[in-house]
Ligand binder design. Sequence first.
Ligand code: CA
Ligand code: CA
Length: 449
Amino acid sequence: MRGSGRGVRWVRAGTAVVGTAALVLGVTAAPVEAGRPGRDLGRETLRAGDGWAALDTGTTGGAAADAAHVFVVRTWDEFRAALGGTAARGDTTPRIVYVEGRIDANTGPGGTVRTCSDYADPGYSLDAYLAAYDPAVWGTETRPSGPLEEARARSQATQNAQVRQFVGSNVTIVGRGPRAQLVGASLTVRGSTNVIIRNLRLSDAYDCFPGWDPGDGSGAWNSQYDNVWVVESTHVWVDHVTFDDGAHPPASLPERLGVKYEVHDGLLDITNNSDLVTVSYNRFVDHDKTMLIGSSNTRYTDRGTLRVTVHHNVFDGTTQRLPRVRFGQVHVYDNHYVLKDPDDFLYAWGVGVESQLYAESNVFTLGRKVPVGDLVYDWGGTMIQASDTWVAVGPRRPARVDVAAAYNATHEPDLATEVGWEPVLHGRIDPAPAIPALLARTAGAGRTG
Ligand code: CA
Ligand code: CA
């Protein structure tokens, strides 16, 4: 696609990032996308009625961008410049950013690879950190503090400045062709409205400097980055994205201080008064904490927000938070959960404080039998409506189950089985037994049709 043959010309980006006058390819004519001839994913908008993001004004992303704000990017610096660089947060200029090929966020100008040791503060080493905060030495009562912890935090801040990119309002980020990928990036939609992210593979937002929290269960490593974090933002559509851990899948992570050294946070977290989000036709692959909606039990300002629709997604090899919900009215329908190894599975639907989770026509394909009631975990909520759920174990055909009744039969206190609202904004609800085959063809990056 590079060159002048299709009405493409080189332009200098309006904003250069961190010391580079990044050249960004500007596009003056609608580029032709994979799939139907003449189709331009960058100009497409959310269909009327397609989930919560369709409420009122709907979600159009960067569809109104003028020619000067349509970009095709091939490097991390170009990507950042196209979004407005360090000024992206708060920017409202309509933009379309086409991602071409594989872009690694841990690279500098000219493609220089940045490794964890490049970010490490002189005062930090993992060996010293492990020795200092080993529970046998530090105990389990207080969080790490002192010069080593401060050096870890400085190291983390350096990597954060490299891999976290804010996304402003009225933006569409879309992969060009079936193989567009961002590796190591944390896309942060903060304080924005009207954002579309489509047809991309987003992999491995790894943290070089996980922090030790001795008070989290029997101790836990906590990492910073979600592949996508929607925070304080409204009208967001995430569609046909493949989310995964790339080169650091869960099975590859070592144990440190006796527990898994987790280098990731969420794949797609939606928090802090975010509202009106539609999550459709994505694949969430091989990850632990997958989708958090609402991040605090006591953030009462979240009441009335966190309305999210989650439909036609595949959750494959994901451990928990599929999603985990606080406060929001969340509609979860026509998703396929593929949980091959029940030993790596905790729960699918997290019923958190004041959540109103409405699930229908979802399918679970389990490697072996999991008690149906264990598909739900009560994180302090009181209700879940779950109808037309189907479970297949091994090669057997799926059978319809009543998840809420099964939960209540084996847990106390019971959860109410009605949630006080009825989803209105949704497309066609496909029959659950057809969902696995349908989504095998249509969910994830490169399958926009
Ligand atoms: Ca998170
Ligand atoms: Ca009970």
